[in-house]
Design a protein around this ligand. Structure first.
Ligand code: NDP
Length: 334
């Protein structure tokens, strides 16, 4: 039986970087046939149809079927893996409240369509920004038919960016680093935390202290260079590449779904999940935490110590998420 994967914004840049890897088996594994449903808005249909033609031309053995539609009920029909990529980008002079309102008009109806037509085991990852609050809106609109914790938002790219920076600085392979955490919102307020991280089994903080001649200098490097670099990496990519990060965002979305379904075998990753009050975050907020999965969904890694500095950064990011929730509550969509 083929697994049904729905990708919204399938005619966009991230969609184009995502679809071929999904169809090749990189996300669900080499033995799982799949059916792709590409959802677009009318203006995006031609681009999505073009991608569908190219997918056909790849003759992927695992790809059983492709459908392109601008009707959310059709796009989410039987959906088991939903990847909500299409979102309204911030236009010139657009306030955050306008952005939230525009995206509520996209993610609200999509949540309702998921409730009406997706499979009972559906899981959804939101990539389109502001991802955490878009996930909150979709989950609220899908309630009570779909449990809220089936909705997550992507902070895996931030997580992987943090690993990439550490690997380069410590001159170790990315695969040797574990225990990185992204706390809070997928925005510039996020807190990339390495205080529990290890590289080749050794504490990252101790390794940084060795490199920066002392713990204080290492803290300064973390505050002044590492954290801003990870949080603003998207802007750096735009500056250097001339357009936003696309392949790395698609790669992170694939890794998010793959690890949630296949399990992380004890390794930490980061994902924004619906809070049940972990670490004092208000219930219902879609907040990034370090998480693991045993294949049945992401679970927050609990019981970690956050020092005063970490707590202050995390609290500031959570305050932003609370403000976003209040803004969409005022719109009456959650
Ligand atoms: P992209 O494919 O480049 O980006 C799509 C979304 O992903 C944006 O919200 C973008 O946020 C977000 N994103 C998250 N992480 C990253 C990252 N690291 N780098 C870049 N983007 C990131 O946008 P396009 O404009 O190329 O394509 C969007 C498509 O979505 C269009 O084809 C449009 O027609 C479609 N669309 C579909 C909808 C639907 O299916 N109902 C609704 C709205 C749009 P940010 O803007 O902050 O970069």
């Amino acid at each position: 039986m083929a697994t049904t994967v729905t990708v919204t914004g399938a005619g966009g840049q991230i969609g184009y970087a995502l679809l071929f890897r999904i169809a090749s088996g990189a996300m669900l594994g080499p033995d799982e046939p799949l059916r792709l449903r590409l959802l677009e808005i009318p203006q995006g249909m031609r681009a999505a149809e073009g991608a569908a033609l190219e997918l056909q031309d790849c003759a992927f053995p695992l790809l059983a079927d492709i459908e392109v539609t601008d009707d959310p009920r059709v796009g989410f029909d039987g959906c088991q893996v939903g990847m909500l990529v299409g979102a309204r980008p911030r236009g010139p002079g657009m306030e955050r409240a306008d952005l939230l309102a525009a995206n509520a008009g996209i993610f609200g109806p999509q949540g309702a369509a998921i409730a009406a037509s997706a499979a009972s085991d559906v899981r959804v990852v939101v990539v389109g920004n502001p991802a955490n609050t878009n996930a909150l809106i979709a989950a609220a609109s899908a309630a009570p038919d779909v449990p809220a914790d089936r909705f997550t938002a992507l902070t895996r790219l931030d997580h992987d960016r943090a690993i990439g920076q550490l690997a380069a600085t410590l001159e170790v392979g990315a695969g040797e680093i574990d225990g990185v955490a992204i706390w809070g919102n997928h925005s510039a307020t996020q807190f990339p935390d390495v205080s529990h991280a290890t590289a080749a089994g050794r504490p990252v903080l101790a390794l940084l202290a060795e490199r920066h001649s002392g713990a204080e200098a290492a803290e300064r490097w973390l505050d002044d260079e590492f954290v801003p670099r990870v949080a603003r990496r998207g802007a750096e990519i735009i500056e250097v590449r001339g357009s936003s990060s696309v392949a790395s965002a698609a790669n992170a979305a694939i890794a998010h779904v793959r690890d949630e379904r296949a399990g992380t075998t004890g390794r930490w990753v980061s994902a924004a999940v619906v809070s049940h009050g972990e670490y004092g975050v208000p219930d219902g907020i879609v907040c990034s935490y370090p998480v693991t999965s045993d294949g049945s969904g992401y679970r927050v890694v609990e019981g970690l110590d956050l020092d005063a500095r970490a707590r202050a950064r995390f609290d500031a990011s959570v305050a932003e998420l609370v403000a976003e929730r209040e803004a969409v509550q005022r719109l009456g969509v959650v």
